[in-house]
Design a protein. Structure first.
Length: 409
C-alpha cells in the first residue's frame, strides 16, 4: 500500500514551494519504483503537481490580528476539515510549509497521532512571539529553515534545525525575453516598466494597491506620460472575484495609466526598471533577481500597534535583515504614502550611483543565499531537494518501525 504524505501550504509563496516539493518527492520515489499519495491544503500549483486537496489555500489566506478575527468562522471550518482528513488518512509523514497560525495547531494533532512533523520555512519567531518556540519544541520533529541566521536560533533552543537554503536561490532566472513578455501582456518593449507588487492576499491588495497606483500617477506625471508602463502580477491563489476586484480598483484609481496584469512575478521583476514591493517573499525575489525596489507595507492600526511593541528586529524587509543593514528603503504604515514612494523610487530608475549601489548590494545578498544554499551538498540538489530527502528519511524510518511493530506483535 502506498504511503500517504500530508503536505500543507496556505500562502502563494509556500504553495509554489509545495508544488516543487511534491514533484521532487515523486521523482525520488519513482526512481526506486515507488509512489505516494499526497493530501492536504494547497493552491492550484500543488493540485497540478498531484495534491489531493482537502482545503483550498485561497480560502484561509488572511493575516493580521483583526483580519483573522473577522474570518474566524470560515478559518475554523476549514481547519476542522484538515483535522478530520488527518484522522481519517493517518499520514505517514507531514510537511507543513510556513503559515504558523494554522500549522502549529495541525502539528499538535499530528503529534498526538504520532505522525512525524517537518516544518519548512520558519515562522519569524526570532522577531516576535518567541513564546511559540515551545510549540516547535513539543510538536515539530524537524525545523528546516531558509535563512542562515535561523538555524542557530533554533539549535540554541534544543530544536533539530537545518538551514537548507532558500528555494528561490536555486531557481534559474525566467527565460521569457522582454519582447515575449511584452507581447504576452500587452506591453511596449521600448518603454520603461515599473513593477507593482502589492502582496498575494486580497487584504494586502486592498491595503497596499491604492497608494501604489497613486504613486504611479505621480511618477508618470514627472516623466513623459507615455514613457512609463506599470505591471502588476497576480498570485495564483487569488480567485476570480478577487481578480475582478483588482481590475475594478485599477479602473478607478489608475486614471488612464497603462497598468497591465501579469501572472509571473519573477518575470515582472526581471524586466522592470524598478518596483514597489509589499514586504514578504516578493522582496527576496526582487533581491535575488537584482531589481531595484522600494519596500512598502500597511496593516490595521491595531495589528501595527501590537506588532510594534512585540517585534524585536531592526528592519522589516527580509533583504535588509539578510544584509544586516538598510539596503532598500522601507515605507511602513504612516510612511507608506504615494509621495514617499516616488521620492525613494525615482532616484533608482536612471543609470547612476544610487541605482548601481543598490544593484551591487542586492548581488551580495543573492550571492550569500545562493552559495550557502548550495554549500556542502550536491550541486543540483537545492533547498527543495534537501527537504524531500529529509521527508523520505523520516518516512523510511516510520515505515520500518511499522514493519517491526507488525513482526513483533
Amino acid at each position: 500500500m502506498a504511503p500517504t504524505i500530508f503536505i500543507s501550504a496556505g500562502e502563494a509563496s509556500g504553495e509554489k514551494y509545495g508544488a516543487l516539493l511534491i514533484e521532487a518527492l515523486r521523482k525520488r520515489l519513482a526512481a526506486s519504483g515507488q509512489h505516494a499519495n499526497f493530501v492536504g491544503m494547497g493552491g492550484p500549483h500543488m493540485v497540478a503537481a498531484g495534491l489531493e486537496r482537502v482545503v483550498r489555500a485561497e480560502d484561509v489566506a488572511v493575516m493580521g490580528i483583526t483580519e483573522v478575527v473577522r474570518h474566524l468562522p470560515r478559518i475554523y471550518r476549514e481547519f476542522r476539515k484538515l483535522k478530520q482528513s488527518i484522522r481519517a488518512r493517518r499520514p505517514d509523514v507531514a510537511i507543513l510549509i510556513d503559515f504558523p497560525d494554522i500549522h502549529f495547531k495541525l502539528a499538535e494533532e499530528l503529534h498526538r497521532l504520532r505522525v512525524p512533523v517537518i516544518f519548512f520555512v520558519s515562522p519569524q519567531l526570532w522577531a516576535w512571539k518567541k513564546h511559540r518556540i515551545k510549540l516547535v519544541q513539543k510538536y515539530v520533529d524537524r525545523m528546516l529553515v531558509i535563512f542562515p541566521f535561523e538555524e542557530p536560533f533554533y539549535r540554541e533552543r534544543g530544536v533539530i534545525a537545518e538551514f537548507v537554503g532558500h528555494p528561490l536561490a536555486d531557481l534559474a532566472p525566467p527565460t521569457v525575453t522582454r519582447e515575449q513578455f511584452a507581447a504576452e501582456n500587452g506591453l511596449d518593449p521600448g518603454k520603461a516598466w515599473i513593477g507593482l507588487l502589492p502582496g498575494s492576499r486580497a487584504k494586502e491588495i486592498r491595503d497596499n494597491l491604492p497608494a501604489m497606483l497613486h504613486a504611479a500617477r505621480e511618477l508618470a506625471g514627472r516623466h513623459d506620460r507615455g514613457r512609463l508602463e506599470f505591471v502588476l502580477p497576480l498570485a495564483a491563489t487569488l480567485n476570480s472575484a478577487q481578480r475582478n476586484f483588482v481590475r475594478r480598483l485599477i479602473e478607478a484609481k489608475a486614471q488612464g495609466l497603462a497598468v497591465r496584469l501579469a501572472d509571473d512575478a519573477r518575470a515582472v521583476l526581471l524586466h522592470a526598471r524598478g518596483s514597489v514591493v509589499a514586504s514578504g517573499t516578493a522582496t527576496v525575489e526582487a533581491a535575488l533577481i537584482g531589481n531595484p525596489f522600494v519596500v512598502v507595507y500597511r496593516v490595521s492600526p491595531i495589528t501595527y500597534a501590537i506588532a510594534r511593541r512585540a517585534v524585536q528586529v531592526p528592519h522589516v524587509a527580509m533583504a535588509n535583515l539578510i544584509a544586516g543593514k538598510r539596503v532598500v528603503p522601507e515605507l511602513i504604515q504612516s510612511d507608506f504614502t504615494a509621495s514617499n514612494i516616488v521620492r525613494q523610487l525615482q532616484p533608482l530608475l536612471p543609470d547612476g550611483c544610487r541605482r548601481q549601489s543598490m544593484m551591487q548590494e542586492l548581488a551580495a545578498i543573492r550571492s550569500l543565499l545562493y552559495s550557502q544554499a548550495k554549500g556542502g551538498r550536491k550541486a543540483d540538489e537545492g533547498a527543495i531537494g534537501r527537504v524531500a530527502d529529509v521527508a523520505l528519511d523520516l518516512l523510511g524510518a516510520r515505515l520500518s518501525a511499522g514493519v517491526e511493530e507488525t513482526v513483533h506483535s
